[in-house]
Design a protein around this ligand. Structure first.
Ligand code: NAD
Ligand code: ZN
Length: 342
Protein backbone atom coordinates (compact mmCIF):
# COMPACT_ATOMS: atom_id res chain seq x y z
CA UNK A 1 0.00 0.00 0.00
CA UNK A 2 0.95 3.65 -0.41
CA UNK A 3 2.27 5.38 2.73
CA UNK A 4 4.10 8.53 3.80
CA UNK A 5 7.07 7.47 5.91
CA UNK A 6 10.17 8.70 7.60
CA UNK A 7 12.53 6.62 5.49
CA UNK A 8 15.85 8.07 6.55
CA UNK A 9 17.28 9.83 9.61
CA UNK A 10 17.33 13.27 8.00
CA UNK A 11 14.84 16.07 7.20
CA UNK A 12 12.00 15.12 4.85
CA UNK A 13 9.21 12.64 4.35
CA UNK A 14 8.80 10.16 1.53
CA UNK A 15 5.91 8.53 -0.34
CA UNK A 16 6.62 4.82 -0.34
CA UNK A 17 5.11 1.35 -0.78
CA UNK A 18 4.78 -0.77 2.34
CA UNK A 19 2.97 -3.90 3.59
CA UNK A 20 -0.70 -3.53 4.34
CA UNK A 21 -1.12 -4.16 8.11
CA UNK A 22 -3.16 -7.13 9.38
CA UNK A 23 -5.71 -6.57 12.16
CA UNK A 24 -5.30 -8.67 15.32
CA UNK A 25 -8.25 -10.15 17.23
CA UNK A 26 -9.21 -6.84 18.86
CA UNK A 27 -8.27 -4.50 16.02
CA UNK A 28 -9.92 -2.59 13.21
CA UNK A 29 -8.45 -2.29 9.73
CA UNK A 30 -9.30 1.22 8.53
CA UNK A 31 -9.19 2.37 4.91
CA UNK A 32 -7.92 5.93 5.23
CA UNK A 33 -9.85 8.65 3.41
CA UNK A 34 -8.33 11.89 4.66
CA UNK A 35 -5.49 12.85 6.97
CA UNK A 36 -4.34 16.15 8.43
CA UNK A 37 -0.79 17.32 9.14
CA UNK A 38 0.00 17.93 12.82
CA UNK A 39 2.73 20.01 14.45
CA UNK A 40 4.20 16.68 15.60
CA UNK A 41 4.47 15.54 11.98
CA UNK A 42 6.37 18.76 11.29
CA UNK A 43 8.84 17.96 14.10
CA UNK A 44 9.34 14.55 12.49
CA UNK A 45 9.57 16.13 9.04
CA UNK A 46 12.23 18.64 10.17
CA UNK A 47 13.99 15.85 12.15
CA UNK A 48 14.56 17.97 15.25
CA UNK A 49 16.14 16.73 18.50
CA UNK A 50 12.88 15.34 19.85
CA UNK A 51 12.23 13.42 16.59
CA UNK A 52 15.77 12.04 16.47
CA UNK A 53 15.38 10.68 19.99
CA UNK A 54 11.85 9.36 19.52
CA UNK A 55 11.14 8.09 16.01
CA UNK A 56 12.52 4.74 14.85
CA UNK A 57 13.33 4.77 11.11
CA UNK A 58 11.61 3.67 8.91
CA UNK A 59 8.24 4.67 10.37
CA UNK A 60 4.89 5.45 8.74
CA UNK A 61 3.83 8.69 10.44
CA UNK A 62 0.55 10.60 10.94
CA UNK A 63 -2.24 10.38 13.50
CA UNK A 64 -4.98 12.78 12.35
CA UNK A 65 -7.36 10.91 10.07
CA UNK A 66 -10.77 9.71 9.07
CA UNK A 67 -11.47 6.46 7.30
CA UNK A 68 -13.85 3.57 6.91
CA UNK A 69 -13.74 0.20 8.69
CA UNK A 70 -12.66 -2.34 6.08
CA UNK A 71 -12.20 -5.40 8.30
CA UNK A 72 -12.03 -6.28 11.97
CA UNK A 73 -10.66 -8.90 14.34
CA UNK A 74 -12.84 -11.77 15.60
CA UNK A 75 -13.20 -10.31 19.12
CA UNK A 76 -14.36 -6.85 18.04
CA UNK A 77 -17.84 -5.81 19.16
CA UNK A 78 -19.68 -2.55 18.53
CA UNK A 79 -18.32 -1.73 15.06
CA UNK A 80 -19.44 -2.77 11.58
CA UNK A 81 -17.57 -2.94 8.31
CA UNK A 82 -18.36 0.37 6.56
CA UNK A 83 -18.45 2.48 9.74
CA UNK A 84 -16.80 5.87 9.32
CA UNK A 85 -14.29 6.38 12.11
CA UNK A 86 -11.47 8.48 13.44
CA UNK A 87 -9.49 7.32 16.44
CA UNK A 88 -7.63 8.12 19.58
CA UNK A 89 -3.93 8.07 18.74
CA UNK A 90 -2.83 7.26 22.29
CA UNK A 91 -2.80 3.50 22.73
CA UNK A 92 -3.12 2.78 26.45
CA UNK A 93 -2.24 -0.36 28.41
CA UNK A 94 -5.61 -1.06 29.99
CA UNK A 95 -4.17 -2.47 33.21
CA UNK A 96 -2.39 0.37 35.06
CA UNK A 97 -4.21 2.12 37.91
CA UNK A 98 -5.43 5.04 35.79
CA UNK A 99 -6.58 2.88 32.88
CA UNK A 100 -8.56 0.70 35.25
CA UNK A 101 -10.11 3.80 36.82
CA UNK A 102 -11.26 5.02 33.39
CA UNK A 103 -8.61 7.74 33.24
CA UNK A 104 -7.01 6.41 30.11
CA UNK A 105 -5.45 9.78 29.17
CA UNK A 106 -3.26 9.36 32.26
CA UNK A 107 -1.98 5.89 31.33
CA UNK A 108 1.72 5.68 32.17
CA UNK A 109 2.35 3.16 29.38
CA UNK A 110 0.95 5.16 26.45
CA UNK A 111 2.28 4.60 22.94
CA UNK A 112 1.35 6.81 20.00
CA UNK A 113 0.08 6.11 16.51
CA UNK A 114 2.50 7.56 13.95
CA UNK A 115 5.22 8.04 16.58
CA UNK A 116 6.08 4.70 18.20
CA UNK A 117 3.83 2.52 16.00
CA UNK A 118 2.78 2.71 12.34
CA UNK A 119 0.68 5.78 11.59
CA UNK A 120 -2.26 6.93 9.54
CA UNK A 121 -0.49 8.49 6.55
CA UNK A 122 -1.19 5.30 4.63
CA UNK A 123 -3.95 3.66 2.64
CA UNK A 124 -4.66 1.39 5.63
CA UNK A 125 -4.26 1.73 9.39
CA UNK A 126 -4.68 -0.86 12.15
CA UNK A 127 -5.67 0.31 15.64
CA UNK A 128 -7.30 -1.41 18.63
CA UNK A 129 -11.08 -1.16 18.20
CA UNK A 130 -11.15 0.40 21.68
CA UNK A 131 -9.43 3.47 20.22
CA UNK A 132 -11.84 4.03 17.36
CA UNK A 133 -14.55 6.69 17.45
CA UNK A 134 -17.54 6.44 15.13
CA UNK A 135 -18.21 9.73 13.33
CA UNK A 136 -21.83 10.91 13.23
CA UNK A 137 -23.22 11.23 9.68
CA UNK A 138 -23.65 15.00 9.88
CA UNK A 139 -19.92 15.63 10.48
CA UNK A 140 -17.82 15.95 7.32
CA UNK A 141 -14.71 13.91 6.51
CA UNK A 142 -12.59 17.07 6.63
CA UNK A 143 -13.69 17.90 10.17
CA UNK A 144 -13.44 14.31 11.34
CA UNK A 145 -9.84 14.28 10.09
CA UNK A 146 -8.93 17.04 12.58
CA UNK A 147 -10.61 15.53 15.65
CA UNK A 148 -7.25 14.68 17.23
CA UNK A 149 -6.02 18.32 17.53
CA UNK A 150 -9.56 19.58 18.06
CA UNK A 151 -9.58 17.19 21.02
CA UNK A 152 -6.44 18.80 22.45
CA UNK A 153 -8.25 22.15 22.20
CA UNK A 154 -11.47 20.85 23.77
CA UNK A 155 -9.66 18.97 26.53
CA UNK A 156 -7.68 22.08 27.46
CA UNK A 157 -10.46 24.65 27.07
CA UNK A 158 -12.90 22.61 29.14
CA UNK A 159 -10.38 21.95 31.93
CA UNK A 160 -12.03 24.78 33.87
CA UNK A 161 -15.42 26.49 34.01
CA UNK A 162 -15.32 29.35 31.49
CA UNK A 163 -18.74 30.91 31.94
CA UNK A 164 -18.28 34.67 32.27
CA UNK A 165 -14.51 34.31 32.66
CA UNK A 166 -11.73 36.26 30.97
CA UNK A 167 -9.54 33.81 29.10
CA UNK A 168 -6.03 34.27 27.77
CA UNK A 169 -4.80 31.87 25.08
CA UNK A 170 -1.09 32.12 24.27
CA UNK A 171 -0.34 30.67 20.82
CA UNK A 172 -2.66 30.84 17.80
CA UNK A 173 -1.53 27.58 16.26
CA UNK A 174 -4.39 25.40 15.04
CA UNK A 175 -4.99 24.15 18.59
CA UNK A 176 -4.98 27.61 20.18
CA UNK A 177 -7.39 28.89 17.54
CA UNK A 178 -9.80 25.99 18.05
CA UNK A 179 -9.56 26.52 21.82
CA UNK A 180 -10.62 30.14 21.27
CA UNK A 181 -13.68 28.93 19.36
CA UNK A 182 -14.56 26.53 22.19
CA UNK A 183 -13.97 29.15 24.91
CA UNK A 184 -16.27 31.60 23.16
CA UNK A 185 -18.95 28.97 22.80
CA UNK A 186 -18.53 27.81 26.39
CA UNK A 187 -19.45 31.29 27.61
CA UNK A 188 -16.18 33.14 28.24
CA UNK A 189 -16.43 36.96 28.37
CA UNK A 190 -13.11 38.09 26.88
CA UNK A 191 -11.17 35.50 24.89
CA UNK A 192 -7.81 37.11 24.16
CA UNK A 193 -5.40 35.26 21.88
CA UNK A 194 -1.70 36.12 21.52
CA UNK A 195 0.78 35.13 18.82
CA UNK A 196 3.47 36.73 16.67
CA UNK A 197 1.97 35.47 13.39
CA UNK A 198 -0.60 37.81 11.76
CA UNK A 199 -2.11 35.15 9.49
CA UNK A 200 -2.95 32.97 12.46
CA UNK A 201 -4.21 35.85 14.61
CA UNK A 202 -6.63 36.78 11.81
CA UNK A 203 -7.90 33.20 11.75
CA UNK A 204 -8.26 33.27 15.54
CA UNK A 205 -10.35 36.43 15.28
CA UNK A 206 -12.53 34.80 12.66
CA UNK A 207 -12.97 31.68 14.81
CA UNK A 208 -14.14 33.50 17.93
CA UNK A 209 -11.34 35.34 19.72
CA UNK A 210 -12.81 38.58 21.07
CA UNK A 211 -9.38 40.20 20.80
CA UNK A 212 -6.07 39.18 19.26
CA UNK A 213 -2.68 40.60 20.18
CA UNK A 214 0.52 40.40 18.16
CA UNK A 215 2.88 40.46 21.12
CA UNK A 216 5.86 41.30 18.90
CA UNK A 217 4.14 44.64 18.22
CA UNK A 218 1.81 45.45 21.11
CA UNK A 219 1.83 45.15 24.86
CA UNK A 220 -0.72 42.72 26.26
CA UNK A 221 -1.10 44.94 29.34
CA UNK A 222 -2.15 47.88 27.13
CA UNK A 223 -4.74 45.74 25.39
CA UNK A 224 -6.10 44.51 28.73
CA UNK A 225 -6.56 48.13 29.79
CA UNK A 226 -8.24 48.99 26.49
CA UNK A 227 -10.88 46.34 26.99
CA UNK A 228 -11.44 47.30 30.60
CA UNK A 229 -9.71 44.40 32.28
CA UNK A 230 -8.50 45.89 35.53
CA UNK A 231 -7.51 42.75 37.42
CA UNK A 232 -6.18 39.98 35.19
CA UNK A 233 -7.20 36.80 33.41
CA UNK A 234 -9.23 34.19 35.26
CA UNK A 235 -8.19 31.31 33.02
CA UNK A 236 -5.03 30.85 30.93
CA UNK A 237 -4.62 28.25 28.18
CA UNK A 238 -0.95 27.94 27.21
CA UNK A 239 -0.82 26.67 23.64
CA UNK A 240 2.51 27.88 22.26
CA UNK A 241 5.17 25.98 24.20
CA UNK A 242 7.19 29.22 24.11
CA UNK A 243 8.79 30.10 27.49
CA UNK A 244 8.27 33.87 27.06
CA UNK A 245 4.56 33.31 26.34
CA UNK A 246 4.25 31.21 29.49
CA UNK A 247 5.97 33.95 31.47
CA UNK A 248 3.63 36.56 30.02
CA UNK A 249 0.66 34.43 31.02
CA UNK A 250 1.91 34.04 34.59
CA UNK A 251 2.31 37.80 34.80
CA UNK A 252 -1.20 38.59 33.50
CA UNK A 253 -3.24 36.12 35.58
CA UNK A 254 -5.58 37.40 38.28
CA UNK A 255 -5.15 36.10 41.81
CA UNK A 256 -6.76 32.69 42.07
CA UNK A 257 -6.34 32.19 38.32
CA UNK A 258 -6.30 28.76 36.75
CA UNK A 259 -3.91 27.75 33.97
CA UNK A 260 -4.06 24.73 31.67
CA UNK A 261 -0.77 23.94 29.96
CA UNK A 262 -0.82 22.11 26.62
CA UNK A 263 2.13 23.70 24.80
CA UNK A 264 5.33 21.70 25.07
CA UNK A 265 8.37 23.84 25.95
CA UNK A 266 11.62 23.04 24.15
CA UNK A 267 13.35 21.88 27.35
CA UNK A 268 13.31 22.58 31.05
CA UNK A 269 11.93 26.04 31.67
CA UNK A 270 12.37 28.42 34.59
CA UNK A 271 9.17 29.56 36.33
CA UNK A 272 8.70 32.62 38.55
CA UNK A 273 7.25 30.60 41.42
CA UNK A 274 6.49 33.77 43.37
CA UNK A 275 3.73 34.49 40.84
CA UNK A 276 2.28 31.03 41.35
CA UNK A 277 2.47 31.15 45.13
CA UNK A 278 1.48 34.71 45.96
CA UNK A 279 -1.30 34.76 43.35
CA UNK A 280 -2.55 31.37 44.46
CA UNK A 281 -2.55 30.06 40.89
CA UNK A 282 -3.59 26.56 39.85
CA UNK A 283 -1.51 24.93 37.08
CA UNK A 284 -2.70 21.83 35.26
CA UNK A 285 -0.83 19.91 32.58
CA UNK A 286 -2.92 18.59 29.69
CA UNK A 287 -1.96 15.56 27.62
CA UNK A 288 -3.98 14.22 24.72
CA UNK A 289 -7.71 13.82 25.03
CA UNK A 290 -9.94 12.19 27.64
CA UNK A 291 -11.09 8.79 26.41
CA UNK A 292 -13.73 9.23 25.34
CA UNK A 293 -15.45 12.10 27.04
CA UNK A 294 -13.45 14.65 25.00
CA UNK A 295 -14.45 12.84 21.80
CA UNK A 296 -18.09 12.94 22.80
CA UNK A 297 -17.84 16.69 23.51
CA UNK A 298 -16.13 17.31 20.16
CA UNK A 299 -18.90 15.64 18.19
CA UNK A 300 -21.63 17.32 20.19
CA UNK A 301 -20.01 20.76 20.00
CA UNK A 302 -20.02 20.49 16.20
CA UNK A 303 -23.55 19.12 16.17
CA UNK A 304 -24.70 22.01 18.34
CA UNK A 305 -23.38 24.53 15.83
CA UNK A 306 -19.68 25.15 16.43
CA UNK A 307 -18.36 25.84 12.92
CA UNK A 308 -14.78 24.65 12.52
CA UNK A 309 -14.71 24.67 8.72
CA UNK A 310 -12.61 27.89 8.43
CA UNK A 311 -9.83 26.00 10.26
CA UNK A 312 -9.17 23.96 7.13
CA UNK A 313 -7.29 26.31 4.85
CA UNK A 314 -5.55 23.91 2.45
CA UNK A 315 -6.36 20.60 0.77
CA UNK A 316 -4.02 18.47 -1.38
CA UNK A 317 -4.10 15.04 -2.99
CA UNK A 318 -1.62 12.81 -1.16
CA UNK A 319 0.67 12.73 -4.22
CA UNK A 320 1.14 16.47 -3.67
CA UNK A 321 2.07 15.94 0.00
CA UNK A 322 5.21 18.07 -0.34
CA UNK A 323 3.10 21.18 -0.98
CA UNK A 324 1.15 20.38 2.17
CA UNK A 325 4.29 20.11 4.30
CA UNK A 326 5.66 23.29 2.72
CA UNK A 327 2.58 25.33 3.55
CA UNK A 328 2.53 23.97 7.12
CA UNK A 329 6.21 24.89 7.49
CA UNK A 330 5.48 28.43 6.26
CA UNK A 331 3.13 29.15 9.20
CA UNK A 332 0.65 30.61 6.69
CA UNK A 333 -2.03 27.98 7.22
CA UNK A 334 -4.66 26.56 9.49
CA UNK A 335 -5.12 22.82 9.11
CA UNK A 336 -3.84 21.13 5.95
CA UNK A 337 -5.73 18.07 4.67
CA UNK A 338 -4.27 15.30 2.50
CA UNK A 339 -6.81 13.33 0.47
CA UNK A 340 -6.04 9.60 0.02
CA UNK A 341 -8.61 9.24 -2.74
CA UNK A 342 -10.68 6.54 -1.01
P1 NAD B 1 1.92 25.46 16.60
O1 NAD B 1 3.38 25.34 16.68
O2 NAD B 1 1.24 25.46 15.29
O3 NAD B 1 1.44 26.79 17.37
C1 NAD B 1 2.21 27.49 18.29
C2 NAD B 1 1.99 28.97 18.03
O4 NAD B 1 2.66 29.72 19.03
C3 NAD B 1 2.51 29.44 16.67
O5 NAD B 1 1.46 30.00 15.90
C4 NAD B 1 3.57 30.45 17.06
O6 NAD B 1 3.67 31.52 16.14
C5 NAD B 1 3.04 30.91 18.41
N1 NAD B 1 4.01 31.70 19.19
C6 NAD B 1 5.36 31.82 19.04
N2 NAD B 1 5.86 32.70 19.92
C7 NAD B 1 4.80 33.15 20.66
C8 NAD B 1 4.69 34.09 21.73
N3 NAD B 1 5.76 34.71 22.23
N4 NAD B 1 3.45 34.33 22.24
C9 NAD B 1 2.36 33.71 21.75
N5 NAD B 1 2.43 32.79 20.73
C10 NAD B 1 3.63 32.53 20.20
O7 NAD B 1 1.35 24.31 17.53
P2 NAD B 1 -0.07 23.56 17.64
O8 NAD B 1 -0.08 22.41 16.73
O9 NAD B 1 -1.21 24.54 17.60
O10 NAD B 1 0.14 23.02 19.13
C11 NAD B 1 0.22 23.93 20.21
C12 NAD B 1 1.21 23.46 21.25
O11 NAD B 1 0.70 22.30 21.90
C13 NAD B 1 2.59 23.04 20.73
O12 NAD B 1 3.56 23.40 21.69
C14 NAD B 1 2.48 21.52 20.64
O13 NAD B 1 3.75 20.90 20.74
C15 NAD B 1 1.63 21.24 21.84
N6 NAD B 1 0.85 20.01 21.82
C16 NAD B 1 0.68 19.37 23.01
C17 NAD B 1 -0.12 18.26 23.07
C18 NAD B 1 -0.35 17.61 24.38
O14 NAD B 1 -0.96 16.52 24.43
N7 NAD B 1 0.09 18.22 25.48
C19 NAD B 1 -0.75 17.75 21.92
C20 NAD B 1 -0.57 18.45 20.71
C21 NAD B 1 0.22 19.58 20.68
ZN1 ZN C 1 -2.51 2.22 31.37
Amino acid sequence: MKALAKQAAKPGIWLTETERPEPGHNDLLIRIRKTAICGTDMHIYHWDDWAQQTIPVPMVVGHEYVGVVEAMGSEVRGFEVGDRVSGEGHITCGHCRNCRAGRRHLCRNTTSVGVNRPGAFAEYLVIPAFNAFRIPDNISDDLAAIFDPFGNAVHTALAYDLVGEDVLITGAGPIGIMAAAVARRAGARHTVVTDINEYRLELAQRMGATRTVNVSQRSLTDVMQEIGMTEGFDVGLEMSGVPSAFEQMLGSMNHGGRMALLGIPPGSMAIDWNQVIFKGLTLKGIYGREMFETWYKMASLIQSGLDLTPMITHRFAVDDFQQGFDVMASGQSGKVILDWGA
